[in-house]
Design a binder for this molecule. Structure first.
Ligand SMILES: *Cc1c(COP(=O)(O)O)cnc(C)c1O
Length: 395
């Protein structure tokens, strides 16, 4: 173990904490496919109901609705497709700008681009890592002006179609002030809740605050359907439109095959939904395990100088999807040493996503000052987070 100096973070102490809690070769996040997974998937194979029509899709949607409290859930092939359709249903049109955080997975901005819109990047705040509602409000005060069909960016002349927030690593953004800002500027809020199934804000599930929201059930998320996602909304008409758009906009008829708009083949297959039903049954236990792991991390990192474990914001209960440590501001230069030392020691870690405004396809997009997101990116390291890494309950 190396001794801490004024100039260098004690990477040895970080490794000691991680190695003390984790097995050798701990991955960043792996699925836990227990419970009825095998039974339900086998049932699909036995009955031949493997594709987009089948009882597990309905059952999975009802389970997602009752768990999240969303009035309507529409299951999709993945979270990115769900976000694409959610933006279209929120009214985003080609040529619009869509406010998105720069510190997010690339899918958040890609979904806007699929819709022909331009991502407009917004900054984060440290307690949540997500959109800073107060900074966004001050910014909109300077750039947004009224237009015949909604607010416009006075600088670019483009309409602003929507605000997308993202609950980073499962930590909810500060939704009350964000909802208020969106109302004040007459902008629909769409929640990219891909990472936050099981996370609540003041007792209410994330994904139930925006006009629409999406979840992801990719293999690395808290629960998985192999690949999958869902659109959530409280609006019955939007839910019906989401169902229609994601099933190729087929006009209902006993035998005619006709379509009334350009739709998408985005519905979740029954085979994936079967796995999803089993995962939904497991979700409370998985969330409890992830919380135990986070608590163990919080406690263990308490004694390590120069590093802080990212805890849930005070107004929220996080699913702790992906755990993170933040190096102190004056230790940012040591991030790559921490990444190298941990990966060398067989503990999988990685930095946050490269802020999206730095990617080649989004380099020229409009943006506010992004100083906080840039700073967080430089100091953040994700650490292993799978539910199977948790210490035993009541240990
Ligand atoms: C995982 C994820 C998505 C969607 O991912 P899919 O792999 O398409 O299900 C979207 N946004 C964020 C922030 C994500 O983490």
């Amino acid at each position: 173990m190396t001794a801490a100096t004024a100039d260098n973070l004690d990477t040895g102490a970080v490794i000691e904490v991680l190695a003390g809690l984790l097995p050798d070769g701990a991955p960043l996040h792996e699925p836990d496919l227990g419970g009825n997974a095998w039974t339900y998937v086998k049932d699909c194979l036995d009955t031949g109901w493997v594709s987009s029509v089948g009882s597990y899709v309905d059952r999975f949607e009802r389970m997602v609705e009752s768990f999240t409290g969303a009035a309507h859930a529409v299951a999709t092939v993945n979270g990115t497709a769900a976000l694409h359709v959610a933006l279209q249903l929120a009214g985003v049109r080609p040529g619009d700008e869509v406010i998105v955080p720069t510190l997010t997975f690339v899918a958040t901005a890609n979904a806007a681009a699929y819709q022909g819109a331009v991502p407009h990047f917004a900054d984060s705040e440290p307690p949540t890592l997500g959109l800073d509602p107060r900074k966004l409000e001050r910014y909109l005060e300077t750039i947004a002006g009224p237009g015949a069909d909604g607010p416009h960016n006075r600088g670019t002349g483009r309409r602003i179609g929507a605000v997308v927030c993202m609950h980073t690593f499962g930590h909810p953004v500060d939704l009350d002030p964000l909802v208020a800002v969106c109302q004040r500027f007459d902008l629909p809020l769409v929640e990219d809740a891909a990472e936050s199934v099981g996370s609540t804000y003041k007792g209410r599930h994330t994904g139930t605050f925006g006009r629409l929201a999406i979840l992801s059930f990719n293999g690395n998320k808290t629960i998985t359907t192999g690949g999958g996602g869902a659109i959530l909304t409280g609006d019955a008409e939007l839910a019906a439109a989401a169902r229609h758009l994601t099933t190729t906009a087929k006009a209902p008829h006993r035998w005619d095959s006709a379509h009334d708009q350009v739709g998408f083949n985005y519905r979740m297959p029954n085979l994936n939904a079967a796995l999803g039903c089993a995962q939904m049954e497991q979700l409370p236990a998985l969330l409890a395990a992830k919380r135990r792991l986070a608590e163990a991390y919080e406690h263990a990192f308490d004694g390590v100088a120069g590093v802080r474990f990212m805890v849930e914001p005070p107004f929220a209960r996080s699913n702790y999807w992906l755990n993170a440590i933040l190096l102190d501001p004056d230790r940012a230069a040591d991030r790559d040493a921490v990444l190298a030392a941990t990966n060398d020691a067989g503990i999988m870690t990685r930095p946050a996503w490269t802020p999206l405004h730095r990617l080649p396809m989004y380099r020229d997009c409009p943006r506010m000052d992004l100083g906080v997101a840039e700073d967080l990116y430089r100091r953040l390291v994700n650490i292993p987070s799978g539910p199977r890494l948790a210490p035993a309950a009541d240990g």
